[in-house]
Ligand binder design. Structure first.
Ligand code: HEM
Ligand code: HEM
Length: 245
């Protein structure tokens, strides 16, 4: 069936042909408030910078230069960008934690823990529909679906881990009170090598997360047809009257 047949696609699951005289009702819902969107994009930019510069710190480019090492500063810039991005990323994350207590219901910390029976059921449903493809989509959450929320929670834990190990590494190069608070982490993790190893390993967690996350954002945008991608820019999603949760 083509669009010229008058088929109307609905917001849930596959394209379901509907008679044109019975259009599906959508309403516009303000889901992601400005602080959530600002957090999202500041975090995305900081994280990409941290991944690139962190990778370069761990595997510096071996290049031949006409000038002496002390006459150039490119590696200094790489480290400088890593440290600036690190501070932006940490304080931005603290802002998001605060918003988890005062923001709207879609931003609340409860959206990240599947404590309710309905959330646990949704995790099973999303795995069946999106991963195993053994079930059609049922009603779809307006905010994060319960599985996405839980994955974000694990990501937030990884944010904390990377912050702790990052500041532990930084503590040997700074006298500032903030990094100095993490000095004790270094012996706890078996010395600087141990901290560096774990800090480096988690780079690959973030690289994997970003690739899968961007793929899923576009996948859900296409499958659900209710403006998932644009919602994280403008804040609004479109929802079928009966699918709000
Ligand atoms: C998700 C965020 C982050 C990622 C992906 C990341 C990644 C990396 C990587 C891959 C390295 C190189 C490790 C090695 O193989 O030697 C590194 C080094 C480092 N990172 Fe991070 N990092 C992140 C966040 C942070 C934070 C929040 C801080 C806090 C200040 C930080 C501070 C440092 C320091 C001090 C070094 C060592 C620099 C040097 O020895 O020259 N990082 N980072
Ligand atoms: C480095 C890149 C990125 C990172 C680290 C990242 C991380 C995150 C995180 C942590 C959240 C949860 C937000 C919250 O509730 O506070 C989120 C949500 C979201 N992100 Fe990203 N993001 C990245 C890039 C992108 C891009 C490029 C897009 C779109 C093209 C996108 C689309 C979305 C959407 C639509 C949501 C809300 C959807 C949902 O899961 O319910 N993200 N992202």
């Amino acid at each position: 069936m083509s669009a010229s047949d008058g088929a109307v696609t609905t917001g849930t699951g596959s394209a379901i042909p509907t008679a044109p005289e019975h259009p599906v009702e959508y309403r516009r819902v303000y889901v992601w408030e400005l602080p959530v969107r600002a957090y999202h994009w500041i975090n995305a930019i900081a994280l990409v910078l941290l991944c690139f510069t962190g990778y370069l710190i761990g595997a510096p480019i071996r290049a031949f230069y006409a000038s002496e090492a002390y006459q150039q500063y490119w590696f200094g810039w790489v480290r400088f960008i890593h440290f600036v991005a690190a501070f932006v990323y940490v304080f931005n994350f603290l802002g998001r934690l605060y918003w988890g207590f005062v923001g709207n219901k879609y931003a609340k910390w409860t959206a990240f823990f599947p404590l309710k029976r309905a959330q646990q059921q949704e995790i099973v449903d999303v795995i069946k529909a999106d991963v195993l493809e053994t079930k059609m989509h049922g009603p779809i959450s307006t905010g994060h679906n319960a599985l996405a929320g839980m994955i974000y929670f694990f990501t937030f834990l990884a944010f904390v881990f990377q912050t702790v190990t990052g500041f532990a590494l930084y503590s040997s190069m700074s006298n500032s009170w903030l990094p100095r608070m993490f000095v004790w982490i270094v012996p706890l993790m078996g010395g600087e090598f141990g901290v560096r190893f774990w800090h480096h390993l988690f780079l690959w967690f973030f690289v994997t997360f970003v690739i899968v996350h961007i793929y899923l954002a576009f996948y859900h945008d296409y499958i659900e047809g209710r403006g998932t991608v644009s919602s994280i820019i403008g804040g609004w999603k479109f929802d079928r009257e009966k699918s709000d949760k």
